[in-house]
Design a protein around this ligand. Structure first.
Ligand code: GLN
Length: 253
């Protein structure tokens, strides 16, 4: 399906944090999904990135961030602490965000590596992470009250524990481990900030979460909801038609 020019449409600004150092196991797919679904819903996605030393983009509507090696986390730590106030402010304004694995950990209070070295986080999420000798690797299936089944792939040595200021994103992991080996939760949520260990990428496998981020952003910015909207070139088509059509296109290419 070709998407028509979108320059005259309402803009939604999607900001990907630290793609240079924090972007593994396909996390960039989350940016691609937001871009394409925003187009489907009739918006003009403006895709932005922020790496250490960049000027922080003005007025982002959705923020996303990915996972990384401990060394990548160490690299961005100082810069992240430098923009912490901005990020906390955006979180308090209920801007939707999705932070995966390494950035999920650093949106918490800290990540203490196995060697006892503390990488300070920004405390948007009331969680703490401790490095362990067990690397948790594999597919995850979890159940969330809001989003239904959430699936993905985890690969982390840090194990995360939630404080009272957050709720788990998914309360019950049925396959894999999620936050840690001691409780059943996966990820965390504070206001509209979601943290999760799931790569894969997460959003292609869990479009309900993509739509939550988009719907929250367009509601905040324009006072409208995506369910009531259709892109002009897709009028009359359901999302299922669109997905089927995209699959046929891909298969015949
Ligand atoms: N380095 C962190 C850990 O191993 C995060 C890994 C990741 O982002 N996949 O826990």
């Amino acid at each position: 399906m070709t998407v028509q020019g979108t320059a005259d449409r309402k803009e939604i600004r999607v900001l990907q944090l630290y793609p240079r150092d924090m972007n593994i196991y396909g996390d960039y797919g989350n940016a691609l999904v937001l871009k394409r679904r925003l187009e489907w819903y009739g918006y003009h996605p403006v895709m932005l990135t922020y790496d250490p030393g960049d000027e922080f983009p003005t007025d982002p509507d959705i923020l996303i961030g990915g996972g990384g090696q401990d060394s990548g986390q160490d690299k961005i730590q100082a810069d992240l602490l430098g923009i912490a106030e901005k990020l906390r402010g955006l979180a308090e304004q209920e801007v939707p965000m999705l932070m995966i694995c390494g950035l999920y950990q650093l949106f918490g209070h800290f990540f203490e590596t196995r060697e006892g070295f503390r990488i300070q986080g920004i405390g948007v999420l009331d969680v703490e992470t401790y490095g362990t000798d067990n690397r948790l690797i594999g597919n995850v299936v979890s159940e969330s009250e809001q989003f239904g089944q959430i699936i993905g792939y985890e690969n982390h040595s840090g194990q995360t524990y939630l404080g009272s200021g957050v709720e788990p994103l998914a309360a019950r992991v049925t396959t894999g481990e999620g936050n840690n080996q001691n409780d059943d939760g996966e990820g965390a949520r504070y206001k509209n900030v979601l943290g999760s260990y799931l790569h894969g990428s997460l959003l292609p496998k869990n479009p309900a979460i993509a739509d939550f981020l988009i719907d929250t952003a367009v509601h905040q910015k324009f006072g409208e909801r995506i369910t009531a909207l259709q892109a002009p070139e897709t009028a009359g088509m359901t999302l299922k038609n669109l997905t089927d059509q995209a699959r046929v296109t891909a298969a015949t290419r």
